[in-house]
Design a protein around this ligand. Structure first.
Ligand code: GLN
Length: 486
């Protein structure tokens, strides 16, 4: 592993400011690591080394002042648009599509000086939990390449875990930042719905989609979020920092957790979970207690409905969002005589199996006669799930729970069983339904040497609370410094 590319974002920033190395050195180190390791990981779908090096050379000529991410290399999940780079969303239906504009989240990072070296692999249209649903081949988990990195932001997670880049953007609609962070032994921040603009994010479930960060530490995630957050006139659901509270560039901390009330929901510690996951999560909660936190048992009684509710709402929204891919406006077009046949043939040939399944479920749930029974009912239960959290946050500041029921599974393990794959999301979906932020970070390893992650959830727009708690934990422990030997 190149020592430069294994630094955290914060360490890279400090080194650049001291003049220990240049941005060109950092970008070159990242590209060298991609060249060396990505053939066995397949974290990237596209890398633009020349452009990144040219941007770094330019950055090295400029003063660093006022650019919080000056000259720092990052990667972006391939569902966020970056001008000049192809954007496929892991789908054949967007093969060769080069978007004419850059997503606001990415643009803000670039304006702050960050250099995007490439686009990372994803489940097709972010539908999946293993990155096996990418039309361009699966991504390998750097801890064990026979296993999946999680998904759908599996490319971003693998790239950060293998220390190809210090940070990468992901998206979380039902767990796609936290679950791969957990499987890859890194830190993953899911933002509050509305915290970061969705402009330029290829829509999956518009009421659930959020942009998030994969990084080595909570400290680095905070730095990226502080730059990305805020109101965007191009996304009507984006919130104004001045109204909902600004995200600080640095986490305010005195190293302990005194005064923090941590809720432990009994519904998340149940049978069927890998025992080591429960055990390590409980140990991490104990550690938080020894740092001064007060541990309180809470109840989120509607947790068991999150999975069925999500798997009605997300496909319903997806079926509407994906209607735009018709072979006319974007990407490749299948040949047929009649106009309708062009649509049907293109969609039939270019969408993968999971995407097709979601479109069918979603279309059914929204169809006349079934709408009230499925979509309408799911919306009501969604409100109950959000209220569970509101009630819990009346007495605690954050909620601690396992991120996933198990550690990374072997590729192909759920290939013939979509329901088993959906069950991977059981602990992550509720936060998306409620629109609240969450952070997953490593808290140990299982007996096979695979990383275990735990998540902290916070009230809406209280990223500061979960970042501060995760940061204090990381200052007292060293799980986040462990990297795979590849
Ligand atoms: N695994 C979930 C799904 O397949 C969540 C995906 C996501 O968050 N993008 O829908």
């Amino acid at each position: 592993m190149s020592s430069l590319s294994s630094l955290t974002l914060t360490q890279m920033k400090a080194g650049l400011e001291r003049g220990d190395f240049t941005s060109r050195d950092l970008v070159q180190a990242a590209l060298d690591e991609v060249a060396r390791l990505d053939p066995s990981l397949h974290a990237f779908l596209h890398v633009d080394g020349d452009r990144a090096l040219a941007q770094a050379a330019k950055a090295d000529q400029l003063p660093i002042t006022n650019h919080p991410l000056h000259g720092l290399p990052i990667a972006v999940k391939d569902v966020l648009t970056v001008e000049t780079m192809p954007c496929t969303a892991g789908s054949r239906i967007l093969e060769g599509f080069v978007p004419p504009y850059t997503a606001t989240s990415v643009k803000k990072l670039q304006q702050a000086g960050a250099i995007v070296i490439g686009k990372t692999n994803t489940d097709e249209f972010a539908m999946g939990s293993s990155t096996e649903n990418s039309a361009y081949g699966r991504t390998m988990n750097p801890w064990d390449t026979a296993r999946v990195p999680g998904g759908s932001s599996g490319g971003s997670a693998a790239a950060v875990a293998a220390r190809l880049v210090p940070a990468a953007l992901g998206t979380d609609t039902g767990g796609s930042v936290r679950q791969p962070a957990s499987f890859c032994g890194i830190t993953g921040l899911k933002t509050t719905y509305g915290r970061v603009s969705r402009y330029g994010l290829i829509a999956f479930g518009s009421s659930l989609d959020t942009v998030g960060v994969l990084a080595q530490t909570a400290e680095d995630a905070a730095l990226i979020l502080s730059v990305m957050a805020g109101r965007d006139p191009l996304d009507a659901t984006s919130a104004d920092d001045a109204v909902v509270g600004r995200v600080a560039q640095r986490i305010e901390t005195n190293g302990d957790l005194r005064g923090l009330r941590v809720g432990v929901p009994k519904e998340y510690f149940i049978g069927g979970i890998q025992p080591e996951v429960q055990e390590k999560t409980r140990q991490a909660i104990e550690q938080m207690k020894s740092l001064g936190a007060e541990i309180v048992e809470v109840s989120l009684p509607h947790t068991e409905y999150a999975l069925p509710v999500y798997y009605i709402l997300a496909p319903a929204e997806a079926s509407a969002n994906l209607a735009r891919f018709d072979g006319v406006r974007y990407g490749p077009r299948s040949d047929a005589n009649a106009m309708w046949d062009v649509f049907f043939k293109t969609r039939g040939e270019k969408f993968g199996e999971e995407v097709t399944r979601r479109i069918m479920i979603g279309t059914y749930a929204l169809s006349a006669g079934y709408y009230d029974a499925y979509y309408g009912q799911a919306q009501k239960v969604r409100t109950l799930i959000a209220r569970d959290f509101e009630a819990a946050f009346a007495s605690v500041d954050v909620i601690a729970a396992p991120t996933t029921p198990s550690t990374a599974f072997v590729a192909g393990a759920h290939a013939d069983d979509p329901l088993a794959m959906y069950l991977e999301d059981v602990f992550t979906l509720p936060a998306n339904l409620a629109g609240i932020p969450g952070i997953s970070f490593p808290v140990g390893f299982d007996s096979q040497g695979l990383p275990i992650g735990m998540q902290l959830l916070g009230p809406r727009f209280r990223e500061d609370a979960i970042l501060r708690a995760a940061h204090a934990y990381q200052q007292a422990t060293d799980w986040h410094t462990k990297s795979p030997k590849i």
